[in-house]
Design a binder for this molecule. Sequence first.
Ligand code: AMP
Length: 488
Amino acid sequence: MPYQPGCADDDTLHEECGVFGVWNLPDAAAVTALGLHALQHRGQEATGIVSFDGARFHSHRGMGLVGDNFSDRRVIERLPGSIAIGHNRYATTGDTILRNVQPLYADFEFGGFAVAHNGNLTNAHVLRRALVRRGCLFQSTTDSEVFVHLIAISLYSTVVDRLIDALKQVVGAYSLVALSNEALMGVRDPLGVRPLILGRVGNEGTGGWVLASETCALDIVGADFVRDVEPGEIVVINDQGVHSIKPFGKARERFCVFEYIYFARPDSVMEGMPVYDARKRIGAELARESPVEADVVVPVPDSGVPAAMGYAGHSGIPFELGIIRNHYVGRTFIEPTDHIRHLGVKLKHSANKPVLEGKRVILVDDSIVRGTTSRKIVEMVRQAGAREVHMRISSPPTTHSCFYGIDTPERSKLLAASHTVEEMAELIGADSLAFISIDGLYRALGKDGRDPRRPHYCDACFTGDYPVPLPDQQDNAERQLSLLTAND
Ligand code: AMP
């Protein structure tokens, strides 16, 4: 799809990604490939690594999985150095072209600069238009390129000052890892919507440093968790160690609650809370809020498993693997058309008949987006002989699109945006359907409930309360309005 400013379905608005960075470790590109491999769930469409050998930068970017691109030793050998950053990209619609694959790299007067980005800038289109008017020549359609141009035209002299200058102009939810001749840098947006953590290999002074989207990438590279990068913090890592800069005013944190519900790997710890525990607690709260008499609790694998364990634990109803997942197909979400997505669900899941036959089944999944998965799964479970099918969802109804880096379709395609829970139950063919309440979700995560004046998380997809402004959306609406008026 050609670049369309502000279009809700273009590829620049759909980037769920994983980022990873290494400072001072032998074979940094190989270490980065391992880290990206552990972060594969955050993006399966394309991947890339840029390394620095002390004199020159080297890069390799390609479509597909980390293993498809970096398992060949010769590729890694072409990425020498003890410093590197990498990126996994997940974009579900629009063109995927190699020039959009990150890390992005540019040569500046101060040297080379590479950047990899997880999240979304919500004023990328507005900024891009202004930059193009100033003569900037964009090479890609990814919003991350805005950073490169803002850094290029900044009047500050050091890389870090130029980066701060750029960050002060962007609006959005983002985690960045960036690399210059002098330092590895990690940045989290002022509200800390997207995650980023710091890890260490060996001892301070002698060892190396790691930045990653999630803690699950630390073990595989032999790193220890040090801490979360704080909201609004820039960490600058060089031979002197880790230096922290906080260029933004203090803001109340709004970490993405959907990371706990679905997106993060269950063995990651986010903001001090193990994701696995969080999901089990959400499942238990769901059982407390929406009990139903049944014979078995069955997860929709894999994402529904911990919540189903929590539901079963609280309700005392046995947990059974009534649906088996084939691990050799990607997430159904990746499929571009509704028709293929329908088939994809069948490719991915199959019914474990002996567990389901004649039973009253509670199915637990993490979310209903378009409703495609639930409809197919309910049908499959009935065909396997279930007597009753009760669907329980470990998130509140997804009523709003995410503009902060989680892929959700436009609002009109979200089932919960236009249907009541009863209508949804009928559409997916379930005997009953219940979602966890927003208050229940907060309670499960250790908060009293959602205080509307001081919500702790970004929960915009469930509440429509968007904590980061959306200038591109507003600009797009205004442009459409002026087009309409011009046509009158
Ligand atoms: P749907 O079939 O459109 O209702 O999508 C719901 C299913 O997609 C659930 O089983 C989720 O596990 C999964 N899902 C929810 N959000 C996302 C997302 N942002 N990216 C990929 N998969 C998702």
